[in-house]
Design a protein around this ligand. Sequence first.
Ligand SMILES: [Zn+2]
Length: 88
Amino acid sequence: MAKSRTRKASQKLVIPKSVDLPRRKTLRVGRNELCPCGSNRKYKDCHVSEGQAYLDKLVREQERKKLLQEQKEAGVPWYKRLITKALN
Ligand SMILES: [Zn+2]
């Protein structure tokens, strides 16, 4: 029966082979550049041992702060801001 065949086809799960996800913002710091933590020391003398994981963490924290600041300026009540903070 044509009807049951159609139903079976629509139940088939379609999984896309590749999904375009927005690339995470990453921070690249040269060894002789100032460390982004604000210590005024060169990266190689400061957080270099913590590597890319530290830089990524720093970027996430900056983005969260920026988001909270934007929400504050937009008049989002504090309890909603806290929810966003917790989700991040
Ligand atoms: Zn540092």
